[in-house]
Design a binder for this molecule. Structure first.
Ligand SMILES: *Cc1c(COP(=O)(O)O)cnc(C)c1O
Length: 427
């Protein structure tokens, strides 16, 4: 950790630290395996008695350097990369929940994460209760059960753009003896560091702003090291009781604050294998080096575009928490005083059909299943990412059927606005 550096410096300097004569740039360790001199040395690695590389599914030096950078940016204790944001959100929960357990989730989630928690992990025996992100503390309390193991939410939900009251969710989670897991993909650690507000674990789809160039799908999990698993040992036997697949080691006893990430690596990554390719980690690292330059520009452009849309007579509504009067303006000002993200949403008068016609007329903004990269792009969640949801589920996830998700890039804002202007003139 480099506590002494500011976040801009961490974007550049954290992670790979070459020693004398080593490459200045993070090398891609394009190797599945690592060599040892004796079988005794190798055996100790398999027993988690020594740390060291032996097989890339478990750990790889390129990936570890990039995970360390993300860990530093979030102010965490330990981190790991995963093949995708989906894998990160899956592992983050399944590392502490098992068959018969329960989690509490904000209903405003990325569509893929909603499916994962509402349907897929349910088939594995873990049930989720969804709560409105704006619920009262009483409503949130009422969602807990004896077998609840975690609370989950998104700093800025994709695409609902609700802002999570992290302090409130963390406080209630802690009152029930469970951690708060926050997906910080949209805010990025440049704009918000959930650990500073009491969150315990942060996840990322690094596919979005962290990569920033739409090159590589990836994910990350960061642990603050702050949650006291031992204080709730009965709830978290996976961390506090012997692991027979490693000769009875106890993660909290052997690894202290590193228990959660070590377990996720040693068990889930070992058995499920959703690793990030070292090549992808290398590209992700290049993206991270400019995260602190790109994110403020995304926000500045998004605010300009949102203001323009707000003043347009064909626009019915606009969501952008950076605008005065937005429902989440106050929460955003508290948690993200420097800006939220480049993604905004809006609806047009005339609804769904007009929205589709306008989108089809855009020239600079491309229709792609993506958000949060350098290029401006646009999507209609009800007919794309969230098309598996019925109207009721859509509304609960904060996605109106006419909602257009507009991911403002880092081009010149005037050109983005001119593109919208010509497309809006045609509807
Ligand atoms: C995209 C996204 C995910 C899923 O990430 P992938 O990298 O596409 O698997 C999870 N959470 C949020 C908030 C996202 O935007």
């Amino acid at each position: 950790m480099n506590e002494q550096f500011n976040i801009e410096t961490k974007c550049i300097q954290s992670g790979w630290k070459p020693k004398k004569g080593e490459p200045r740039i993070l090398p891609i360790y394009q190797s599945t395996t690592f060599k040892y001199d004796t079988s005794e040395q190798m055996g100790r690695l398999f027993d988690l008695e020594d740390s060291g590389y032996f097989y890339t599914r478990l750990q790889n030096p390129t990936n570890d350097a990039v995970a360390e950078k993300i860990c530093d940016l979030e102010g965490g204790y330990a981190a790991m990369l995963t093949s995708s944001g989906q894998a990160a959100n899956f592992y983050a929960v399944m590392n502490i929940a098992e068959e018969g357990d329960h989690i509490v989730c904000s209903s405003a989630l990325y569509g893929g994460t909603y499916n994962l928690y509402a349907h897929t992990i349910r088939k594995m025996g873990v049930e989720a209760t969804f709560v409105d992100p704006d619920c009262t503390e009483e409503e949130l309390n009422a969602a807990f059960r004896d077998n609840t193991k975690a609370v989950v939410g998104e700093t800025i939900a994709n695409p609902a753009l609700t802002v999570l009251d992290i302090e409130k969710f963390a406080r209630v989670a802690h009152e029930h003896g469970v951690p708060l897991i926050v997906d910080n993909t949209f805010a990025t650690p440049i704009n918000c560091r959930p650990f500073e507000w009491g969150a315990d674990i942060v996840t990322h789809s690094t596919t979005k702003y962290m990569d920033g160039h739409a090159m590589t799908v990836g994910g990350a999990i960061v642990d603050s090291g702050n949650f006291d698993w031992e204080a709730h040992a009965e709830k978290f036997p996976g961390l506090t009781k012997p692991d027979e697949t490693y000769h009875g080691i106890v993660y909290t006893r052997n690894f202290g604050k590193g228990a959660y990430i070590t377990k996720a690596t040693a068990q889930l990554m070992r058995d499920l294998g959703s690793i990030q390719a070292p090549q992808n980690a290398f590209l992700l690292n290049v993206g991270l080096e400019t995260l602190h330059l790109r994110v403020p520009r995304h926000c500045e452009n998004a605010k300009k575009v949102a203001s323009y849309l707000k003043g347009h007579k064909k626009v019915a509504w606009v969501n952008c928490a950076m605008l005065e009067g937005d429902k989440y303006h106050d929460l955003a000002a508290k948690y993200m005083p420097n800006g939220t993200c480049g993604v905004i949403t809006f609806g047009l008068k005339g609804g769904r059909d007009v929205a589709v016609k306008m989108m089809d007329s855009l020239k600079l903004a491309a229709i792609v299943t993506h958000v949060s990269d350098a290029r401006t792009c646009v999507l209609h969640p009800a007919s794309h990412t969230h098309r598996q949801m019925n109207d009721q589920e859509l509304l609960e996830a904060g996605v109106q059927p006419d909602l257009i998700r507009f991911s403002v890039g880092i081009e010149n804002a005037d050109d983005i606005i001119a593109d919208l202007e010509q497309a809006l003139a045609l509807v």
